[in-house]
Design a protein around this ligand. Structure first.
Ligand SMILES: NC(=O)c1ccc[n+]([C@@H]2O[C@H](COP(=O)([O-])OP(=O)(O)OC[C@H]3O[C@@H](n4cnc5c(N)ncnc54)[C@H](O)[C@@H]3O)[C@@H](O)[C@H]2O)c1
Length: 294
């Protein structure tokens, strides 16, 4: 049994994941408060959500009246103190343990004692993140997939201290978003990314070693393995910084050399070519059509 129902949701980090979570939660009827480091980022996220909902309306997936009601449910929260009345706060900031720890230290004093705190991390130990908060028993991993409005799966990850009430309340919340839950134990990168990211990293090695071009690798996996996107195209979509962080977490957490991040992936991140979000990665998105960069 869920110990209390979620009504107000806070989101920290209004990037591609934060805005997607806000979108689906608002459409499902939750009040949402969106926080980021700067008000311009929150405003940019609100504009993105509005655009994405408008596309959903155009495709017949959402009545326009509901789009307007949903948009009105999302409020800007420029200060962490603005999240003080939330029942659940989901952290969806940059995939860095240091960044996330600092956020938890800063936000916890503002939260209600019974509020649940969750992380959308792709890979970092939920138990370790929970230990950086004042409420390890009310801390959980709620891992959405990208793009949130289109992807059906949500992984739920219990830390060692997560209590049953938090788990059940989180399950109930995710079900109300009409998503399907897969429960994962708290090991590096959980289930989806434990399997997916080593494949992407191997695709980058395949490029690095000159086995094939960007185009050859992506065409091979789309048509040869029936994947809807090639692995390099998918890497650009996820964000190369996020891909690298996940590989580092796998490498450090499992201490197995098979997870070593490809040096070419490191090089792209060093260049600031992070994929779609910076308009350049394995493809260059600055023109009309994506052009392979190798
Ligand atoms: N991209 C994906 O495919 C994907 C999928 C599932 C989960 N995730 C996870 O979701 C999280 C966010 O990823 P993203 O792709 O949305 O990244 P992103 O780079 O699009 O967005 C991150 C946002 O966090 C904000 N931020 C950074 N430090 C902050 C702070 N101290 N306080 C508040 N906001 C802060 C940034 O300004 C930015 O807007 C990461 O943990 C990532 O691993 C990503």
């Amino acid at each position: 049994m869920a110990d209390h129902a979620i009504r107000k949701l806070g989101i920290i980090g209004a990037g591609q994941m934060g805005n997607g979570i806000a979108h689906v939660a608002a459409v499902a009827g939750f009040d949402v408060k969106l926080h980021d480091v700067a008000e311009e980022r929150i405003n940019a996220a609100l504009a993105t959500i509005d655009g994405n909902m408008a596309r959903q309306v155009a495709k017949g997936g959402l009545p326009d009246e509901e789009r307007r009601t949903a948009m009105a449910r999302i409020a800007s929260a420029p200060a962490l103190a603005d999240l003080g009345d939330c029942d659940l706060v989901i952290e969806a900031a940059t995939e860095s343990e240091e960044v996330k720890r600092k956020i938890f230290t800063a936000v916890c004093p503002h939260l209600r004692a019974d509020a649940i705190l969750a992380s959308n991390t792709s890979s970092i130990s939920i138990t370790r993140l929970a230990a950086a908060t004042d409420r390890p028993e009310r801390f959980i991993g709620i891992h959405f997939m990208n793009p949130v409005p289109l992807m059906q799966l949500v992984e739920l990850i219990r830390g060692i201290a997560t209590d049953d009430g938090t788990f059940e309340t989180s399950k109930d919340f995710v079900s109300k978003l009409h998503k399907t839950i897969s429960v994962s134990e708290d090991f590096p990168a959980f289930i989806v990314n434990r399997i997916l990211l080593p494949m992407i990293n191997e695709a980058v090695y395949t490029l690095y070693e000159g086995v094939g071009s960007v185009d050859a690798i992506d065409t091979a996996m789309r048509l040869g393995a029936n994947h809807p996107m090639g692995p390099l195209q998918l890497a650009d979509f996820i964000g190369l910084d996020t891909c690298l962080s996940v590989m580092q977490v796998l490498y450090d957490g499992l201490a197995d050399s098979k997870y070593r991040p490809c040096p070419l992936l490191v090089k792209y991140v060093e260049a600031g070519w992070l994929g779609r979000k910076t308009k350049r990665g394995f493809y260059d998105y600055r023109g009309e059509k994506p052009v392979p960069t190798r």
